[in-house]
Design a protein around this ligand. Structure first.
Ligand code: GTP
Ligand code: MG
Length: 243
C-alpha cells in the first residue's frame, strides 16, 4: 500500500470493525485505501470521458484465473472482427501469453503486466489507451487480471463490467464472492460442456446471482462447443450499436 498523500477522514458510521481498526491505530491505512479508490475513480472518469468522445464501446472482462476470458475473447473476435473495428487490452501479472493469442487473430492488442498487482486500475488503462487510434474503434475489450475479488473494486472507465464464472469453480461462488456479481452487467457461465463431470447446479447459480444483482444478463455457454455463444454475441452487439 502506498504512503498517505491524501487526507480524507473515515466516516463516523463505519461500524465496529473500522472503530476497532481505529482504536488499534490503523486509521491511516483505512484512509489511504479509501483514497486510492477515489483517486482511481477520478482517472476512470477521465478515461470514460475520452472513450465516450471517441465513440468506442468498452467492456471490462473479469473472472477467476482460467475461467476462460481469453478463450471467450478468441471466439468473440473470430465472430465479430470483420464486422466491427475491435481493440484489446490484456491485463496479466506476468507474460505476454494472452496478447500473443489475440495478436494471432490480427486484432490490435496491448499487454499490461501488473507485476504484483492483482487487478488493473484506471492509470494502467490510461497508459494503454494511448497506444490505440480510439476514434477508429467500435469496441474495446479489456481482459482484467484473473482474480474473483479485486478487479471489481477498480473502475477503469468502461461502459460495462462483464464477468465469467466457469462451472468447474462451483455454484457457490455468487454468494461467496458477491461484489463482482453486483458490479457486472452480464454474467457468462462458461464451460457448460463440463457440467456432466461436476455437481454444478445451473438453477442455483442463476438464482443466487440474480438475488445479488437482478439486472444481470446471464449467458450459460461453452467456448469449447460453441453452445450458447450467440446470446452473448447478441448482447455485445447491442452494446456496440447503442454507442
Ligand atoms: N472444457 C472447456 N474448457 C474451456 C472452455 N473455455 C476455456 N477453456 C479452457 O480453460 C483454460 C483456461 O482458459 P483461458 O481462456 O486461458 O482462461 P483465462 O480466464 O483467460 O485465464 P487467465 O488469463 O489466466 O485468468 C484453457 O485450457 C481453455 O482451453 C470451455 O468452454 N470448455
Ligand atoms: Mg486470459
Amino acid at each position: 500500500m502506498k504512503e498517505a498523500e491524501f487526507n480524507v477522514s473515515v466516516p463516523d458510521d463505519v461500524g465496529g470493525l473500522l472503530q476497532e481498526i481505529h482504536r488499534r491505530g490503523g486509521t491511516m491505512k483505512v484512509k489511504v485505501a479509501e483514497n486510492i479508490l477515489s483517486a482511481n475513480d477520478r482517472v476512470a472518469e477521465e478515461n470514460s470521458r475520452l472513450l465516450k468522445e471517441s465513440g468506442v464501446y468498452v467492456i471490462n472482462m473479469m473472472s477467476s484465473p482460467g475461467a476462460g476470458k481469453t478463450t471467450l475473447l478468441e471466439k468473440t473476435l473470430a465472430a465479430l472482427k470483420d464486422k466491427y473495428k475491435i481493440g484489446v487490452i490484456e491485463g496479466d501479472v506476468a507474460t505476454t501469453a494472452d496478447a500473443e493469442r489475440i495478436e494471432k487473430l490480427g486484432v490490435p492488442v496491448v499487454q499490461i503486466n501488473t507485476g504484483s498487482a492483482c487487478h488493473l486500475d484506471g492509470s494502467m488503462v490510461r497508459g494503454a489507451l494511448e497506444e490505440f487510434d480510439l476514434g477508429s474503434l467500435d469496441l474495446l475489450i479489456v481482459e482484467n487480471v484473473g482474480n474473483l475479488v479485486c478487479p471489481a473494486e477498480f473502475n477503469l472507465g468502461e461502459d460495462h463490467k462483464v464477468m465469467l464464472l466457469s462451472v468447474a469453480e462451483g455454484d457457490d461462488k455468487p454468494l461467496k464472492y458477491p461484489l463482482m456479481f453486483r458490479e457486472s452487467a452480464a454474467l457468462v457461465i462458461n464451460k457448460i460442456d463440463l457440467i456432466p463431470y461436476t455437481n454444478f447446479d445451473m438453477d442455483k447459480a442463476r438464482r443466487d446471482s440474480l438475488s445479488i444483482n437482478p439486472r444481470l444478463d446471464v449467458f450459460p455457454l461453452s467456448c469449447r462447443t460453441g453452445e450458447g455463444l450467440d446470446g452473448w454475441l447478441g448482447w455485445l452487439e447491442s452494446g456496440i450499436n447503442a454507442r
